[in-house]
Design a protein around this ligand. Structure first.
Ligand code: ZN
Length: 407
């Protein structure tokens, strides 16, 4: 089984003029899961599914009763997404299984490839939906009542024509794997810039989001002298630059103010109110604390100096998720054997691995994204890098089988 050919086939499912559109339980996404199940069965794998739409392809190990060494990713996409985000880890997982079987290697643990359902949260409003339920982070009962963007309840969608796969048994219970490794495109420019073809993920970044409201005084743009102004937008501009400056100074983090709304938003009126949203991420929670403290401090100082009120409200908080030390070590060894330039990095984006990491030792392997571009139709990774990532995954699965021999 060729990963590039499999990805080209998947890319035809849900193709739009701008990219690929495969929301969970749509005909295109159902076709992708159907294709996955057929490919898995052709390799001799047992295929099962659960009520979330997760699909599991398993090859038995030599020792009965062991939990699987697992890999996987997702087949759903964002709207107008690319051909590699998620699909690579699923098709690449089957390609790695195929490689292991061709080599005649026999593992003690079963090997399992999972197509996780609804990772992008683009049709039902929960991200990493399938892996979160699998890991017990969300109860299925909550998911069953979710409404899709187009008004269909989750349980109805699963029971409908684009839901469950026909002829595939439904698992009632999920047992955590002995270890998990996810193969994924980087979705950023770090590997490409660093000249590496493989990356070892140490942590998935934690994230905080803030709503920042600057309250000044609106007034006539022609009559209020500069020294008498309390310009909300000018103060907001300082906050934007100050956050950028402190993120650069602290390092190992990213901070973004991506939206700003000005009131009354008139060319001849001094801005009275500016509302912004800030997004801060790092693989290290202590770093996030530092940048958060710097943000609060900057808002206090700028507000006092300019005579405006600046309110900062935290709207979202997600802790960083460290990958398992033993999995990182195993993955690093197999990656460096294939690419001496492979290095360790943090994932700025969330992945199914962050849910599985809550119940099992987990890690990730990245391959470069051309130009660091992702979640767009132009998403691309060189075929040779895709193939190398599959080889790294195959070697990692076999090495994890040995490394986690006692589980
Ligand atoms: Zn993804």
């Amino acid at each position: 089984m060729q990963v590039t050919q499999a990805l080209a086939e998947l890319a035809t499912l849900g193709a739009t003029s701008g990219g690929i559109d495969r929301g969970l339980f749509t005909p295109a996404e159902h076709a992708a899961r159907t294709r996955f199940a057929a490919w898995a069965r052709a390799l001799g794998a047992d295929v099962t599914q659960d009520r979330c739409g997760n699909v599991f392809a398993r090859i038995a190990g030599s020792e009965p009763g062991l939990a699987p060494i697992q890999c996987g990713s997702h087949l759903d996409t964002v709207k107008d997404g690319g051909a590699y985000d998620g699909a690579y880890g699923v098709a690449g997982g089957l390609a790695a299984l195929s490689m292991i079987l061709t080599r005649g290697a026999r593992t003690r643990h079963p090997l399992e490839v999972v197509a996780w359902a609804g990772e992008e949260g683009s049709r039902f409003p929960v991200g990493t939906l399938g892996s979160a339920v699998y890991a017990g982070l969300i109860h299925y009962a909550e998911i069953a009542e979710l409404q899709s963007a187009d008004g269909e309840p989750f349980a109805d969608a699963f029971a409908g024509p684009s839901g469950a796969l026909a002829g595939v048994p439904v698992r009632e219970t999920n047992v955590p794997p002995a270890a998990y490794v996810e193969l994924h495109i980087e979705q950023g420019p770090v590997l490409e810039r660093g000249g590496a073809r493989l990356g070892i993920v140490s942590a998935i970044a934690g994230q905080r989001r803030y709503a920042i409201t600057v309250s000044g005084t609106a007034g006539h743009a022609g009559t209020v002298p500069m020294r008498d102004r309390a310009d909300a937008l000018a103060a907001a501009a300082e906050v934007v630059l100050e956050l950028e400056r402190s993120a650069r100074a602290i390092g190992d983090c990213v901070a973004t103010i991506g939206t700003i709304a000005v009131e009354p938003n008139q060319a001849n009126v001094i801005p009275g109110v500016a509302r912004m949203r800030a997004d801060v991420r790092s693989g290290d929670d202590a770093t996030i604390e530092r940048i958060a403290a710097a943000l609060y401090d900057a808002c206090t100082r700028i507000g006092e100096r300019r005579g405006v009120g600046i309110a900062v409200d935290e709207t979202e908080r997600r802790a960083a998720v460290a990958m398992d030390a033993a999995v990182i070590e195993t993955v690093r060894d197999v990656c460096r054997a294939l690419d001496p330039d492979a290095f360790v990095l943090t994932s700025g984006a969330g992945h199914d691995a962050m849910c599985v990491a809550r119940v099992a030792p987990a890690g990730m392997i990245f391959v470069p994204s051309a130009g660091g571009r992702s979640h767009v139709g132009e998403e691309h990774t060189a075929p040779a890098d895709l193939e190398l990532g599959v080889e790294a995954l195959a070697n990692a699965l076999v090495a994890l089988d040995a490394a986690f021999a006692k589980n």
